[in-house]
Design a protein around this ligand. Sequence first.
Ligand SMILES: [Zn+2]
Length: 264
Amino acid sequence: MAGKTAKSARPAFEGAGAAMAVFGRAVLDLLWPPQCLVSREIVGATGQIAPDFWKQLAFIDAPLCARCGLPFAYDPGPDALCPTCIAYPPAFDRARAPLAYGSATSKMLIQFKWGGRMDGVKPFAAWMARAAGPSFREADIVVPVPLHVTRLVSRRFNQSALLAQQLARILDVELSVDLLVRTRRTPSQMGKNRKQRRSNVAKAFAVRPARRAAAVDRHVLLVDDVLTTGATVNACAKALKQAGARQVDVVTLARVVDDEWHSL
Ligand SMILES: [Zn+2]
C-alpha cells in the first residue's frame, strides 16, 4: 500500500511543481515582460523577435562557398569556393552562420554583447545548430573564441562561450571553454582592413599547454559571434592545427556577406 501511495503521490507532486513553474513564469513576465531581442519592445515570450525586426533578419541559405559559407547569388555546383577562399585559403576547414550581417543583426548583437541580453542564447544557438547541419555534429569538442581577461572583466561575460555552451548541449558534443587562450590583448578589429586584421590577431591565440592533449587528432568546432573577414577564427584555427587538431570547423551567429560591413 505504501508503495502504491508513494507512486501515485509522485505525479501529483510533479504536477504541482509544473504548476508552480508556470505561475513563477507568469509572475516574472509581469515584473520583467519578455523583450524583443532586437528592439526591446514587449513580445509574447522570452527569446522572440518583434515581427518588424524578424522580417529584417536575413537568414543565409544555400548555395554557399563550401569552405567559408559565403552565400552565392547563383549555384556554381557542389564544393565550389568563393574567390577569397581561393586567393587566401583559410586555416579552418568550414565555416557556417545562420545570419547575414545587417542593421537588424547589428542591433541584436549590440544587445547581446553589451546589453547583457542573455535571453537570446537559446534561440541563437538553435539557429547556429541548424546552419551547421548534421556533419558538424561529428565534432569531438566545441571551443569558444576566448576573450582576453581584461576584456572579460569589462564585458562581464564571454558571449562566444555562452553560445558554445548552448550549442554543445544541442549537438551533444563535449564543451571545452579553456582549450584556447588569448595570449595578448589585441586592439579592436573595428575599422581595420583584411591585412590589418590578420596582423592584429596573428599569434594572439594559443592552445593552453596543460590542455594540449585535448586538441591532438580532434575535430574541433570553434564558436564565435560574428565572422567579418575571418581573421580571428583563422588565427584560432592555426593555433589548434599547430597543436595537432585534425579538423577545425567554425560556427558563428552572423557573418558579413558584402563589403559594406567589412570595416566593422
Ligand atoms: Zn569562401
